[in-house]
Design a binder for this molecule. Structure first.
Ligand SMILES: Nc1ncnc2c1ncn2[C@@H]1O[C@H](COP(=O)(O)OP(=O)(O)OP(=O)(O)O)[C@@H](O)[C@H]1O
Length: 244
């Protein structure tokens, strides 16, 4: 039986404006904007990209720096609207993009679990039940009451990953985070992702490690300068990408 399509990216293009002038205040920005004095260049970060992801698949997005991978994930996660084209997503989405962006640096890990969990839409009872497991998974037992401004970037990512994976979403979107933690933690994250996959979660993964993409994904999409060059089984795409 044909699997259901859960992500449909249909002819998506996305244009950014790159402002060439430095503006020092909002007031100056507003005046220049109203007078049409803001000089900018148009830049297409994505150009006519189309691909589908079926339920239960794990798809890797690969490509060189600046090829549009993170932008594509943000469009799928609904963080940015495409200039042209459409994206349709079926089911609950856990976006792991810029983990820790929703944290307050003055608050402790425990307080941030409740803050970030609320932003992600988790009920308070669930967070009360899971706070201990989150701290344990992130290996932050000795730092639980320290404001996170004193954490390393790896510690913040560990906390963000542990909060974001406390539930089993229909679709998990992972941007490069597995490269931030140390080797042992990366393995732990991969194991948790595999557990989610075994329970039916669909995965979209951006990684610069083709080994990691081959280990975790079954299919891959190759982007270059905002264009989709290829969509095929993971080994074929990664082999072509590594020769580029
Ligand atoms: N908010 C923005 N405003 C203007 N340009 C942007 C913005 N975000 C991304 N870009 C540009 O869009 C292009 C694609 O960026 P993106 O971050 O999606 O690439 P990437 O493939 O994820 O790169 P990397 O591997 O370095 O993370 C880049 O040229 C980048 O400079």
């Amino acid at each position: 039986m044909e699997q259901e399509t859960v992500i449909e990216v249909n002819d998506v293009s996305l244009e950014f404006r790159l402002y060439k002038e430095k503006v020092d205040s909002i007031k100056e920005y507003c005046i220049k904007f109203l007078k049409h004095e803001l000089a900018y260049e148009n830049f297409w970060a994505l150009k006519n990209v189309s691909f589908d992801v079926k339920r239960g698949e794990a798809v890797g997005l690969v490509g060189k720096n600046g090829s549009g991978k993170s932008t594509m994930l943000k469009v799928i996660a609904g963080v940015i609207k495409p200039t042209f084209g459409t994206v349709s997503v079926k089911g609950s989405v856990a976006p792991m993009i810029e983990l820790g962006a929703g944290f307050d640096s003055e608050l402790t890990a425990r307080e941030n679990i409740f803050l970030n969990g609320a932003i992600l839409g988790y009920p308070r009872e669930l967070l009360e039940e899971e706070a201990g497991h989150i701290i344990e998974f992130a290996e932050l037992e000795d730092f639980v009451d320290v404001p996170i401004k004193n954490y390393s970037s790896g510690m913040i990512t560990r906390l963000g990953f542990a909060i974001a994976t406390v539930t089993i979403p229909d679709i998990l979107i992972v941007d490069e985070i597995l490269s931030v933690g140390d080797f042992k933690f990366q393995n732990k994250c991969e194991e948790r992702i595999q557990e989610m996959r075994d329970r039916g979660t669909t995965l979209l993964l951006v990684s610069h490690s083709t080994e990691q993409v081959k280990r975790i994904c079954n299919r891959a999409v190759l982007l270059r300068k905002g264009n989709m060059l290829l969509e095929d089984d993971v080994n074929t795409v990664c082999n072509i990408y590594t020769k580029m």
